[in-house]
Design a binder for this molecule. Structure first.
Ligand code: PMV
Length: 320
């Protein structure tokens, strides 16, 4: 028999921060110490379906990832169930959640961002809330900070906000298209990261003296990149994004115990990019909580990039 149970569905893209979120002022509400700005990658992301479980005997959520049912004590399933606690109509309401990721989970490619954005969209559909983007972004932020930015295509800006209740900390789309804008994914290693971003942020905030300089620098970088997007000034955008990522990684490295997401191949790729720049190729990189690089360049440099990095995956965020 076909189930009469309503199914809610949602899908959302991954996003890459050009100026990063690193550090929480409130770990429960995922309130950041600084604003951040990202570009979404349509075609890479998460599709989620959710339904209420009918059976009285079912006393847990059923979570599956890429077609595989997860154990209750699986870290991903636990985190999803914890997030769903915000939305249960009664303590006895349980959900079935099916998640399909087209990105490797926890490989520094921000699958949690697209994941919680897609889950919130699926909940919005299931409960017929008809929420606006601001409210959807606020809810997605509760699942994973960077998810607040994954409700949008193109560039998005997540406001730091000042309020203790977090109601002013949400993301908005930046209304600009830039058809020539390219992002290259250079996969170094897709294994699960050794330190989660939540844990990494906490350790950094608590033990890294350099971190004090971060929030101000990050907010300034965000404004510089916002203006560069409006001006289509690629050199300023690339330079600021790369410097921002390296500054974030500098605070991680100066944490105790040290957090070094880089692999030798990551550093090798950085040097290759710097050499290309010396040769006149306008390419910059950014990196998140993992060893992989994301290259930033304009369409005119595509041939040079493909020649230099044979296995790179190139995405054109404004062309799909
Ligand atoms: O949203 P989280 O908790 O996965 O943190 C994301 C942190 C970075 O990816 C390193 C930076 C960012 O702004 O996306």
């Amino acid at each position: 028999l076909a189930s009469k149970n309503k199914i809610g569905s949602g899908s959302a893209p991954v996003n890459i921060a050009l100026s990063k979120y690193w550090g929480k002022r409130d770990a429960t509400l995922n309130l950041p110490t600084n604003g951040s700005l990202s570009i979404s990658l349509p075609g890479l992301g998460t599709k989620t379906q959710i339904e209420r479980l009918e059976s009285q005997n079912q006393q847990t959520d059923l979570v599956s990832l890429n077609g595989q049912r997860l154990d209750q004590d699986n870290a991903f399933a636990k985190r999803v169930s914890q997030f769903l606690n915000y939305f249960r109509e009664t303590p006895q309401t349980f959900f079935k959640v099916d998640t399909e990721n087209s990105v490797p989970t926890a490989a520094g490619l921000a699958s949690s961002a697209s994941g919680y954005a897609a889950l919130v969209l699926a909940l919005n559909d299931l409960f017929a809330w008809n929420l606006d983007n601001k409210s959807l972004s606020l809810l997605a932020r509760l699942g994973s900070g960077s998810a607040s930015r994954s409700l949008f295509n193109g560039f998005a800006l997540w406001h730091q906000g000042q309020q203790a209740d977090g109601l002013d900390s949400y993301a908005e789309a930046i209304d600009t298209t830039w058809p020539e804008f390219c992002v290259g994914l250079l996969e170094i290693d897709v294994k699960q990261k050794p330190v989660s971003s939540t844990q990494g942020m906490q350790n950094t905030v608590e033990t890294c003296a350099l971190y004090q300089a971060w929030p101000q620098q990050a907010n300034q970088d965000m404004q510089t990149i916002l203006q560069a997007i409006k001006d289509h000034d690629f050199a300023t955008l690339g330079k600021t994004a790369e410097h921002n990522a390296l500054t974030m990684h500098a605070t991680m490295i100066a944490t105790w115990p040290p957090i070094v997401y880089w692999q030798p191949e990551s550093v090798e790729a950085m040097h290759k990019i710097w050499r290309l720049r010396e040769q006149g190729v306008a390419v910059y990189f950014t990196m998140d909580a993992g060893p992989n690089l994301k290259l930033l360049f304009l369409e005119t440099e595509k041939p040079a990039i493909l020649q230099a990095f044979k296995q790179i995956k190139i995405l054109e965020p404004f062309k799909s």
